[in-house]
Design a protein around this ligand. Sequence first.
Ligand SMILES: [Zn+2]
Length: 326
Amino acid sequence: MRKDITEDITLCITADICNAVFPEHRDINRWDEIISAGIRLEERLAEIADDYGNPPEITWFVRADPSMRKRFFSATFLFERFGAHLSRFAARGHEIAWHPHLDVQSLKREMNELPKIVKNVRSLFPVESVRIGGGFHSIELMKLVSKLGFAADSTALPGRFSIDIGTPFDWKNAPDTPYFPGKSDYQFEDEFQESGIVEIPFTMLPIKLDGDMPGPSSRYMNFSYQAEHFGSGVMAKRNWSDVLVGIIHPAEIVPPKGTSNWHKLLSLCEEEPVENIKFILERLRSLGKKVRFRTINSTQSEIRDKYMSHADDTSKPEVGFVSRGM
Ligand SMILES: [Zn+2]
């Protein structure tokens, strides 16, 4: 019984609707290109099945934040403009989630705006999961998203940190499996926080590029990488968590016109994510794993169920689990 559980692997395919590696701009046509790429991606991925015969459930993290408000006079511009497409995704079993990019230089001011933005997003889509742009997080921000009722956050880049003044982040101590972030340190598990938000970290792959010294760098699992690099990272990875999270930015598979079609790591093409997902499925099967596609929200719900059944288990000390009304 126990063995079956450990051999099952949950694979969360996530897609961020934002500009990714390309610069920000005001061009509405570019957002139309990005969502169109997302729609084509969803159609292609629907041909892949997990080990239970089901197509991918994709979690779509859609941008809504103060800088979108400044650009388009509405923070929820993307939810409004592409509402019909997003509703169709939701009807097909995908999850619609929230993706704010924040200006870390004016964080306090931007955080003050977030409750209203979330309220507006929820008047359009009942978002339950959040991913902060650029890998950023903080104690206050984790508290805020938890207070706003988010069930899951999927931002963590275990082992990575950046001291870049514009895009700082710190996940050097974060575990690579889902955990309940502590109130005094979001990178540590707090066993008494089980009624709060669940952090569902990215899966990291050891990928070596020219210039990486001395060995491979730990990079988040991006299905848009060139197949050669993605495959080398998958083959080199030693320990797989039982919950895996990978990302696709539709923006990265349709580069804006006039930009270079070459990147040292990204394929910048639409076929690669399909091939890379097929590749990881084969690899996990060869290791005796049984893969299930899940959204971030269904994953957090299963994690809570597991904790509840453990709490019922007399072999483990009882913990004060408070149901979130599910
Ligand atoms: Zn983003």
